[in-house]
Design a protein around this ligand. Sequence first.
Ligand code: 13P
Ligand code: SF4
Length: 353
Amino acid sequence: MLMNTQTPIADARATLAAHYDLAPSLAAAEALADRYARVARVIPQAEWAVHAPYIREIDRLKRERGAVILAHNYMTPEIFHGVADVSGDSLALAIEATRVPQQVIVQCGVHFMAETSKILNPEKTVLIPDARAGCSLASSITAADIAAMRAQYPGARVVSYVNTTAAVKAASDICCTSANALEVVEAMPGDTVIMTPDGFLARNVAAKSTKRIVWWEGTCMVHERFTAEELRAYRAADPDIAIIAHPECTPEVVAEADYTGSTSAMIGWVRANRPRKVVMVTECSMSDNVAAELPETEFVRPCNICPHMKRITLENILWSLHTMTEEVTVDPALIPKARAAVEAMIALGRKPG
Ligand code: 13P
Ligand code: SF4
């Protein structure tokens, strides 16, 4: 097992132990009592004493290195509430990457998110605590596959989910996220639009779109596992339960949901509606992050974990800041086209209404 792709974990731990006092500490936990108040419902006090020394050192190194931590909504609560400067869905993180003043970005999320930050900030240092944090959607398609689809549907615009590599973004006309996929597709000229790589997101958009949508059959390994049957069983057990789903789920699952939206839109829905009981049909940690702040809502957790997101830990965030690794690089030849695709999406997303 490796701390990241470079260093065996035992060596990395020995290095960290030589530089920092990382033993569980009640004093460190007490010093971070304000942050503990945010997570007290989901992290036991004894566990906070384990996290606190890491959080203290990450705070210090962040200041020393002039770094900012951008964290996806699927990070575990000790990262999401403990060390993130900015948290959000893929769209929010892409936009924030263009706004933060710091020269060093530590991306707590998966590799395509870090690449997006680098594409938008080629002059900055973008670090990812574990470069092996991939995505089943991003690895399902290549730039050559995009070219083949263009040949099959001449003239059709290519809308690629941000869950793609820089090379695929560069081969696409525009990106989208789960927060704006329908709006992006509707803004495309022509009758036919190619959507890649998420076949379920494409089907869910096609159900509402005026366009003829053709798609690539990629899937999210986390969301494809939810079934309409399990959601019907939740509803049968408690007819008042609120069911909210991410659009990477199958159309059958989305049809059972009371609301569908991006990870941030799902959080916003729960905050606004304060349901008595809710099932968030998405990656497991998100329920923990919202449950931490909404004591009156009961969260049912069908716990599907994204193994890629879970590669990011306090320990390897500290390692990343200590060693300034792993630095995310993008082929400079790809950047102008990939950036144009991401910026075209951001420009649409910022339009009023
Ligand atoms: P969001 O853009 O909704 O945060 O989704 C990203 C993702 O990877 C969900 O699985
Ligand atoms: Fe990719 Fe699915 Fe993990 Fe999101 S949850 S990063 S789409 S594998």
